[in-house]
Design a protein around this ligand. Structure first.
Ligand code: CP
Length: 302
């Protein structure tokens, strides 16, 4: 997210809004006709991989999914050689990897544009762009908001990126609320951010006091936790009683997948907009792909 200026974020959101009515199921544009995206995910994904591929199809291009399990990586080929090989077959790559900042390294070793689709415990910038799109659509602004980010902040890349993104807009107050041991890594802290380390059984009381506009629930990323970090010691859950203390015009976001941190009993609350949020991944990723592939003029003409 540090690579993007406020103006660039606003531009992506602007083009995504133009694309929204054109990104319905069955829609087909010809903006990226003849161009190929390869998704190379060295870590599991449901939403990011399928939305990138659907976005490319909707733009009229093609998408190929690299499958690590059936690839020559099983014969010992390195990820770097794999990426340099995939580059030969496509116009753009979307890569997810387990190593922080690895996508940046792949990008410097190839000539096609590379999109970071999540790099370990570091960042998930395209997630943040559609989180911001969702916030902007609801409130009509990305400034002067109170955002409570709850949970396992230590290993959660979407919140790292969101904190950087929201700090580019004035007046935002970001509250990181987490159990001791799950604090945000220092490199993601900024002027907009303050942290409340607490006993998570008191969460509703704290939220009632903050009155956040946006509640962003994170998952405890057990897959990244150290053997000495027992998930039981960091347990938290948002349920209907939490919704009862939130302002009427607030929204609750979650990048998904969810586990125990968000009870399904909140799903019918209209403030819980996580599936709309996921839907916005499509037009935001369409905008990103089209821009990276040099189709700004076509986006302008929409
Ligand atoms: N939000 C998100 O990145 O989901 P996936 O891991 O399923 O792609």
């Amino acid at each position: 997210m540090n690579d993007l200026s406020r103006e660039e974020i606003e531009k992506i959101i602007y083009y995504a809004a133009k694309l929204e009515p054109l990104s319905g199921k069955g829609s087909k544009l010809d903006i990226c006709k003849g161009e190929i995206l390869i998704t190379a995910f060295f870590e599991p994904s449901t939403r990011t991989v399928t939305s990138f591929e659907t976005a490319m199809h909707t733009l009229g291009g093609d998408a190929q999914r690299f499958n690590q399990e059936t690839s020559s990586m099983k014969k010992g080929e390195t990820k770097k050689d794999t990426v340099k090989t995939l580059e030969q077959y496509c116009d753009i790559l979307a890569i997810r990897d387990i190593e922080p900042r690895s996508v940046e390294k792949y990008a410097s070793s190839v000539t096609v544009p590379v999109i970071n689709a999540g790099d370990g415990v570091n960042e998930h910038p395209t997630q943040t762009l559609y989180d911001m799109y969702t916030i902007r659509k609801h409130f009509g602004r990305l400034t002067n908001l109170k955002i409570a980010i709850i949970g396992g902040l230590k290993y959660y890349r979407p919140s790292n990126s969101l904190i950087i993104g929201l700090n580019k807009f004035e007046g935002n107050k970001i509250f990181g609320i987490c159990p001791a041991g799950m604090e945000l890594a220092n490199q993601f802290r900024n002027d907009s951010y303050q942290e409340i380390v607490m006993n998570m059984s008191q969460l509703n009381m704290v939220l009632e006091k903050i009155k956040p506009d946006v509640v962003y629930v994170t998952r405890l990323k057990k897959e990244y936790m150290l053997p000495t970090e027992d998930p039981k010691n960091y347990f938290y859950t948002i349920n209907k009683s939490t919704m009862d203390v939130l302002p009427k015009n607030s929204i609750l976001l979650h990048a998904l997948p969810r586990t125990t941190e968000l009870s399904t009993d909140v799903d019918s609350d209209p403030r819980v907009v996580m599936f709309k949020q996921i839907r916005h991944s499509l037009q935001v990723r369409m905008a990103i792909l089209a821009l990276f592939l040099g189709h700004k003029d076509e986006l302008e003409r929409l």
